[in-house]
Design a protein. Structure first.
Length: 173
């Protein structure tokens, strides 16, 4: 802008200049993201999967997560939805990767968990754990904690159900 144009135009408040700089910065980031995408190195979009907490599953089993087994990618999230009352979702001690964060949802409340670390994640409904209300999520292709997770002792029906879920992880390799 020339000196004469600067003098003839009204003063621009600093907040407007700041907002314009911010818009330009966001636009520049968008252009860079499109260029990276065009180059074929874009990060795939993360997905949100849903798991229902039910008193009775479609196959007639009682106290279940549906689906009980999920295979997701790092960065994906899972929303646990309490379709029926008196359920929660929480990780099982010793059944998540070492670098992963444990979670504990409240009874009758939805919870969304994002999975960043590859491996297997065992989870339960605390009030119905002994009745076998458990699930398993495999994140990515690597399962560095599989042996450790398989050695965790589970109560009652949970042990049998988890063994079936572990077969799905092995089948996927």
């Amino acid at each position: 802008m020339t000196e004469s144009a600067r003098q003839s135009s009204p003063a621009c408040p600093s907040r407007v200049r700041h907002a314009l700089r911010r818009v330009c910065s966001v636009a520049a980031v968008g252009v860079v993201a499109m260029a990276v995408s065009a180059a074929g190195t874009a990060v795939p979009a993360q997905e949100n999967h849903q798991v229902e907490m039910l008193n009775k599953g479609p196959d007639g089993e009682r106290m279940v997560f549906v689906p009980a087994y999920l295979h997701v990618q790092p960065g994906d999230s899972v929303t646990f939805v309490p379709v029926d009352r008196s359920h929660n979702s929480e990780s099982i001690l010793g059944m998540i990767p070492d670098a992963a964060d444990a979670w504990k949802g409240k009874i009758n409340e939805e919870i969304t968990v994002t999975f960043e670390e590859e491996g297997v994640y065992g989870y339960k409904c605390l009030p119905h754990y002994g009745l076998g209300m458990i699930g398993l999520i495999q994140v990515g292709e690597e399962t560095p904690n599989l042996d450790e997770a398989q050695n965790v002792r589970l109560p009652g029906r949970a042990a049998g159900r988890m063994a079936l879920l572990f077969e799905q992880v092995t089948a996927g390799k």
